[in-house]
Design a protein around this ligand. Structure first.
Ligand code: OOG
Ligand code: MG
Length: 250
């Protein structure tokens, strides 16, 4: 599994796009590859800061033609602050509007969504930038899990709000000032707390720690960043998160 992690890491670092993997993986193999990739990155000095859930909305499942939620890891090297400029190292970046949880205390599953919410410090609006290491985002479920669920960067809004009333917040994704996608927070697995609980239950016998961040998954289909200069998510009551995109080389 380490060889496949190295292959994906090399693709990420050298901007190569893969047509697939040299082996057929089971889902368990794929999570083992993901773990090896995290270890590789920790050896380079990166630190895990939390997790992301993926494919938790119907819009995302339909876009990717896959129907089961998946998780990936997030490290400090993947974190961008509100208003930051995207590093120009990506191959085929797409953006997703998300809601991010910040944990207040340690928690280990099994848990219900209400129990998961009780361990949350607050929520903030977030953008996820995904960048599949597979050409044209062509993958099956194990392959996207091995590829750390296409994770590249996250941008967190600067205001933390109480994790209340998350069942029906309006979410707007603006690209260069134009509204491109809209959704309700209910699009995320009926309630974003269900996504959080699902993650915690997936991690058993391990859990989450205080300060961990958890991206609950794209509320809409992902939008390609090519040709754009600025993207912003605006969530009712929670505020905004903004990303600038560098001019493409001519
Ligand atoms: C997989 C990652 C999905 C989400 O929020 O649903 C994801 C992909 O679409 O490449 O991050
Ligand atoms: Mg996402």
């Amino acid at each position: 599994m380490t060889d496949i992690a190295r292959l994906l890491d090399d693709a990420m670092r050298h901007g190569k796009l893969l047509d697939g993997l040299p082996e057929t993986l089971t889902l368990a193999d794929a999570y083992a590859v993901q773990k090896s990739w995290l270890l590789l990155r920790e050896q380079r000095g990166e630190q895990q800061i939390g997790w992301k859930m993926g494919l938790t909305s119907r819009a995302k499942m339909q876009q990717m033609n896959l129907d089961s939620p998946i998780r990936g890891f997030l490290t400090d090297a993947m974190l961008l602050t509100d208003g930051a400029t995207l590093p120009d190292t990506l191959q085929q970046p797409r953006v997703e509007p998300e809601i991010c949880f910040i944990m207040k205390r340690d928690i280990i599953g099994p848990v219900s969504p209400a129990q998961a919410l009780a361990a949350v410090d607050g929520v903030c609006p977030a953008l996820e930038i995904i960048d599949s290491r597979y050409k044209d985002f062509k993958f099956n479920l194990p392959n996207v899990v091995a590829d750390n669920t296409s994770a590249a960067f996250v941008v967190l809004g600067s205001t933390l709000s109480p994790a209340e009333g998350l069942d029906s917040l309006g979410i707007v994704l603006e690209c260069d000032g134009r509204v491109v996608e809209t959704a309700s927070s209910a699009a995320i697995y009926d309630h974003p707390a269900r996504s959080l609980a699902q993650l915690i239950n997936m991690l058993v016998p391990h859990g989450l720690g205080a300060g961990d961040i958890v991206m609950s998954g794209g509320a809409t289909a992902a939008v390609p960043l090519k040709g754009l200069r600025m993207v912003r998510v605006c969530i009712e009551r929670l505020g905004t998160a903004t990303l600038r995109i560098p001019l493409e080389a001519p």
